[in-house]
Design a protein around this ligand. Structure first.
Ligand code: OVM
Length: 400
C-alpha cells in the first residue's frame, strides 16, 4: 500500500456506496473542501473534486492517460471485461484516427441531414403522448423513448433487440466502478448483451446509410483499419444511449423543478441549447472517470506515483463554488461553457452534437405545447457507479 504524505488528506468514504450514489452532493462537497487531491483509502486512488484540478487532469493526456482504463480497474494488471474501446481507452497516436473518423460522422455539419426528421419525430412523440394524458413519466415516456426512437436508426442497427441497449450501457458504466452489487447485478447478462451488441457492429448487420455504414466506409478509405470498424460502432452503441437518456432526463427534471426557467424557455426558444448544456453541468450525467499516471506527476501539491489511478469527479467540478456562482442553481442566465460534463481535451465527448440535437428537438416540441410542468409524484433514482440516472420522474403538465 502507498503511504500517504502527511499533507495529503485521506478519506475512508466510499463514493460508490449506494447511499452516496443516491445523493452524491454531500460527499462531493466534503471532497472539494478536504483539498485539491484526496487519497481514498478504500480504493487506493487519488480523488480530484475541484474544477481546477479536474480540468487540468482531463487536458493533460500525456501525464494522465486512458489506455490503462478509465475505470478503477488498471489494465496494466487486470484483464478488461471486454476488448478495450479504441476511443475511450486509448491514447495518441492510436486514439487519433478513430477519433477523427467519428468527429466527422457525428459533427454538426453531418448532423444537419438528420435535423428535420428528428424535429418531426420529436413532434410526433410529444403529440402522441399529450393526446392521451397530461400526467406521465419524463424518464420513460420522453427521455428514454426519444433516443431509442431516433438513435438506433441513425446508427443503422436492425429493428430487433433494441431493448438490450440500455441494459448494456448500464452495465458498461457500472463497470468503471468497483466490483460492487451494481456490477454483480449486471454480470449474469453480460455474455448475452455483449453478444448482441457485437453482432450489430458487423458490416452486414448495418443499414447502408447510417453512422455504422459510414464507419465501415472510412475503413474502405483506409482512414481506420477493418479491425477497428466494428469497435468504433460498438463505441456508439455503448456511449450513445444511456448518456443521452440521462442527459434528457436531467434537463426535463431541471425544468420540472424550476418552473420560472421553463417560462423563460417558452419566451425564448433559442435558450434550448443553453438549457441542455446547463443541465449537463448541473446534473453531470457522467459523474466520474479515472485516469492513470504515466510517470510521477504533481497535481495540487501531491505527487501521483507512476501507474497509479486518479479519480476525477466531473459532477463535483461542475458544482465547485471556486469556479461557479451559485453552482447548485439551474440558471439559463448562466454561461455554462467550460463545464466538464462532456469531459475536456482530446477525449471530450465526440457524440455531444448528437445529444444536443436530440435535446433541441425534444425541448422545442415540448415548449410549443406545454405551458408549465411540475413534479407529480415521487422521483426515483436509478443507481449506477458512473451515471447520475433516474428510474422515474412523474410530471403533470398544463397544455398551452
Ligand atoms: C466507448 C465509450 C466511450 C465513452 C463512454 C463509454 C461506457 C464508452 O468508446 O465504448 O462509456
Amino acid at each position: 500500500m502507498f503511504a500517504p504524505a502527511p499533507a495529503l488528506p485521506v478519506s475512508d468514504a466510499d463514493p460508490f456506496a449506494l447511499d452516496v450514489l443516491q445523493d452524491p452532493l454531500p460527499f462531493q462537497a466534503d471532497l472539494r473542501d478536504a483539498g485539491p487531491v484526496v487519497y481514498l483509502r478504500r480504493y487506493d486512488v487519488f480523488a480530484l473534486g475541484r474544477y481546477e484540478q479536474v480540468h487540468a487532469a482531463l487536458t493533460d493526456w500525456q501525464s494522465f492517460h486512458s489506455a490503462a482504463g478509465v475505470g478503477l480497474s488498471n489494465f496494466r494488471y487486470e484483464t478488461p471485461w471486454r476488448p478495450p474501446s479504441i476511443l475511450l481507452e486509448a491514447d495518441p497516436p492510436h486514439h487519433d484516427a478513430p477519433r477523427a473518423v467519428l468527429s466527422k460522422i457525428l459533427g454538426p455539419r453531418a448532423l444537419q441531414k438528420l435535423r428535420a426528421s428528428w424535429i418531426r419525430d420529436a413532434d410526433i412523440l410529444v403529440d402522441q403522448l399529450l393526446s392521451n394524458t397530461t400526467e406521465f413519466d419524463v424518464v420513460t415516456d420522453l427521455a428514454a423513448a426519444f433516443p431509442l426512437r431516433v438513435f438506433p436508426d441513425a446508427v443503422g442497427i436492425s429493428g430487433t433487440g433494441r431493448e438490450n441497449l440500455l441494459p448494456y450501457g448500464d452495465h458498461a458504466f457500472n463497470s468503471f466502478g468497483p466490483l460492487n452489487s451494481l456490477v454483480e447485478k449486471g454480470a449474469p447478462r453480460v455474455a448475452e448483451l455483449s453478444g448482441w451488441v457485437n453482432e450489430q457492429c458487423a458490416r452486414d448487420a448495418l443499414t447502408g446509410d447510417g453512422f455504422g455504414a459510414q464507419i465501415w466506409a472510412a475503413a474502405d478509405r483506409g482512414d481506420i483499419t477493418y479491425e477497428q470498424a466494428p469497435l468504433a460502432v460498438r463505441s456508439l452503441l455503448t456511449a450513445g444511449v444511456d448518456t443521452t437518456v440521462n442527459g434528457l432526463a436531467a434537463v426535463l427534471y431541471a425544468f420540472a423543478k424550476h418552473p420560472e426557467q421553463w417560462a423563460r424557455l417558452r419566451e425564448n426558444r433559442t435558450l434550448a441549447r443553453t438549457a441542455f448544456d446547463e443541465a449537463v453541468r448541473w446534473e453531470s450525467p457522467v459523474q466520474t472517470f479515472f485516469r492513470t499516471a504515466t510517470s510521477d506527476t504533481e497535481i495540487g501539491g501531491t505527487v501521483i506515483p507512476d501507474g497509479r489511478k486518479i479519480l476525477m469527479f466531473l459532477g463535483a467540478a461542475n458544482r465547485d463554488p471556486r469556479r461557479w456562482d451559485n453552482p447548485d442553481v439551474f440558471d439559463l442566465d448562466r454561461n455554462p461553457s467550460g463545464h466538464v460534463g462532456y469531459g475536456m481535451g482530446i477525449h471530450q465527448c465526440v457524440g455531444q452534437h448528437v445529444a444536443r440535437l436530440e435535446s433541441e428537438a425534444l425541448l422545442t416540441a415540448l415548449a410549443s405545447r406545454v405551458e408549465s410542468l411540475e413534479i407529480a409524484g415521487p422521483v426515483r433514482r436509478h443507481l449506477n457507479n458512473t451515471l447520475r440516472s433516474w428510474e422515474s420522474v412523474p410530471v403533470r403538465v398544463r397544455l398551452a
